[in-house]
Design a protein around this ligand. Sequence first.
Ligand SMILES: Cc1cc2nc3c(=O)[nH]c(=O)nc-3n(C[C@H](O)[C@H](O)[C@H](O)COP(=O)(O)OP(=O)(O)OC[C@H]3O[C@@H](n4cnc5c(N)ncnc54)[C@H](O)[C@@H]3O)c2cc1C
Length: 427
Amino acid sequence: MARSSGVAYRKSVVQSSEEESGCRIVVAGGGFAGGTLALALARLAPKTCRVTLVDAAPSDAERDPDGRGLALSPAARNLLNAIGLWSRLTPDAQSMDAIEVTDSPLNAALRPHLLGFADELRDEGTKAWLVEAGALLAAIADEVKREPAIDLIAPDAVESFDCDPFSTNIRLAGGRTLRASLLVAADGKKSRLRERAGIKCIGWSYAQTGIVATVAHERPHNGRAVQHFLPAGPFAILPLKGNRSSIVWTEEAETAKRLIDDDPQVFVDELSRRFGHRLGTITLEDPPRAFPLSFQMARRFVGDRLALVGDAAHVVHPLAGQGLNIGLRDVAALVETVTDSVRLGLDIGSPTALARYERWRRFDSAFSAVAMDGMNRLFSNDSAPLRTIRDLGMALVDRAPGLKRFLVREAAGATGDVPRLLKGEAL
Ligand SMILES: Cc1cc2nc3c(=O)[nH]c(=O)nc-3n(C[C@H](O)[C@H](O)[C@H](O)COP(=O)(O)OP(=O)(O)OC[C@H]3O[C@@H](n4cnc5c(N)ncnc54)[C@H](O)[C@@H]3O)c2cc1C
């Protein structure tokens, strides 16, 4: 498995606030959303904008390995391509060529799929790709280090900030101060910046845990992903490069804990029951990891000279692999908003500019989050009447090619008001 990376973020020297002039954007958080945003601003926004990236994460050597396989939409791939990341990921990226959805009981002799996608995924504009989270983080870290237009401060953390009429004054835990036109909170689900700005969230924790592991198997998957809805939650097999797959196994929290703490052979036996026989014997490539699952939506996506992106703004159930894809839509929308504002000679941190970003992203994110939540509630139960309704629904969708194409385009990030970078267009 690709580990976080061999490349560590290093501290760089950045000018203190007194020496700053012009338009500076400070991005707090160098993870998937923040790192991508910093690269997009540095490489694609007007050159008059300087970017500082502050990341609290320890060096890669100390970072926890992240065993997830991330499904990236074609729209997300367009963004990564525009900022020079996709070519680095291609050799190890696996295309998702077919998706099968079933909710057969585990002990059923056959597991016919109720809904399948294959023809709809042939077009490059609809095909999703699987990349390993560690490989993506490593590529981001490496490109950030190579990018002269990014001033990187790491490891350090944004501790507090306050605004005057023309800028936001930012204090770091390490003692430095920075002044910027705009501060971006890309500091993840437990965003300290969001809290500091007094922005509340709507949300709840699921009584479910996402178990994640990478599995090697005897036979090839041929690019086929499987989504198996079981009473405790969805079990997904996502194809990785080679005879390997990433699993996202949603279980009741107690059962998940027991499975992870138990004898590894018991875990593999349970996993094999869920895999069935199609891929042959399976072996674990790394120890399974547990992710507590929650729903979270910030009530505002902006504050005074502050914009929220990624998990700082929204956290969705991972059943459709959309969390980061939605975060990358934020990134593309914010870069476009900043670029348009600079070209018009407007202040990038003004309420007008930020209101545009919020209008663009808040409803779209809420719609996706609620859709994932609804799907999880509809499928994660053993109610006979609900099973009948959803099986009928899936069978009907399977027979409606137009609707299937729409669903695939929706998951591909090709519907609604799509930011230019996600459409593969220049800014
Ligand atoms: C089991 C599971 C499977 C998933 N699968 C998929 C999938 O297939 N496809 C998909 O699109 N999404 C998926 N997701 C969602 C995806 O993982 C998240 O949306 C994504 O990781 C969020 O990235 P982020 O950059 O917003 O936050 P994070 O990855 O949490 O990064 C936050 C960063 O901010 C830094 N930080 C924190 N505080 C500060 C501070 N004060 N100052 C500076 N830096 C700070 C941290 O060190 C970190 O580097 C999945 C999620 C789970 C749980």
